[in-house]
Design a protein around this ligand. Sequence first.
Ligand SMILES: [Mg+2]
Length: 291
Amino acid sequence: MLRPSARIANCVFHFGSGSGAQRAMTGLTLAILVAMAPPPALGQTEDVLQDRRFDAVTWVQNSAEYRMLTEQIFRLALHPLVTALDDTTISADEAQLAEGGFAEKPPAIILDCDETILDNSAYNARNILKNESYSTETWNAWCLEVKAAAIPGSLDFVTRAQALGADIFFITNRRDVVKNATVKNLKKLGFPATSENVLTKNKELGRGDDKISRRAAVAKTHRIVMLIGDSMSDLCSGMNVTETNQRNQTANQKFQQLGSRWIMLPNPVYGGWQQALTEDKQALKLNSNSK
Ligand SMILES: [Mg+2]
C-alpha cells in the first residue's frame, strides 16, 4: 500500500523513493517532473501530511465515496430535469423567473466547470507538494495544459441531457486567456463545448465573478431549466464572497430549489465558503458542540 503522500501525488507523477519507484518512471513521467518542482524529499513528508488541504485532496482523488457521491448526484439530477423540460413554467434562474416571458424559449442547462465537471485535483496536489498556494499564474498554466479530468458522472449526465433536448452552456470563472484551452479540455473529455457555449470571466467586459451577467445572457435566448455547480454563486446572485452566516441563511431559504432546479457538487478543497470566513476564521469557526 502506498503511503498517503505517495497516493496524493500519484495522478501527477509516480512519487516515491527507492529503485522500484525510479524504474517505474516512464519518459512521460520524467518530462512532467522536469516541468515541475521535484517531489518532496523524505524529510518533507510530514509537511505534506500537515497541509490543511491534504485530506480534502486525498478524499477527492482516492475515495470511492467521492466518486459514488458525484455519480449519484448526476444520476439523480436526470429525474428533475425531465420534469423541468416538460413544465414550461419552470426556470432555475431567479432573475429569469421574476422577469417571466421564458415559456416559449428552448430549454438550457448551465453548468459550472471547475470541480463541477472538471477535476483539477492534480493542480491542488501540486500546490501541496510544492508548499504553494493558488495563484493566477500557476492556475492559468495548469488550464493551458488541458489535463483536467471529468468529474465522475458528469459526462453521462450532459450526454443524456442533450439527448432529452436541453441545450448546454458552461459558465466558468476561468478567464478569457484560457478559454480556448478550456474548450479544448472539455471537448477532449467528450463534452459538447464550443467557443459559443463556454462563457468565461472578464470583469473589464462586465463578466464578473458572480456570473449574473452571463446567466442573463443565456436567459435572453433560453429557458434555464437547471443550474449545476460546486459554489453558491453558481446557483444564485448575491453569494459571491459574502459573510458565512448570510450564506448559510440563504442556503436555508433556498432549500426548495435544491435537488430540482439547483444541483450542488461537493468541493472540500476550496471555495467561496473559505473567503467568507472572518479573519480569525478556522479556529473560531470550529464548533465542538452539536447545533
Ligand atoms: Mg467550480
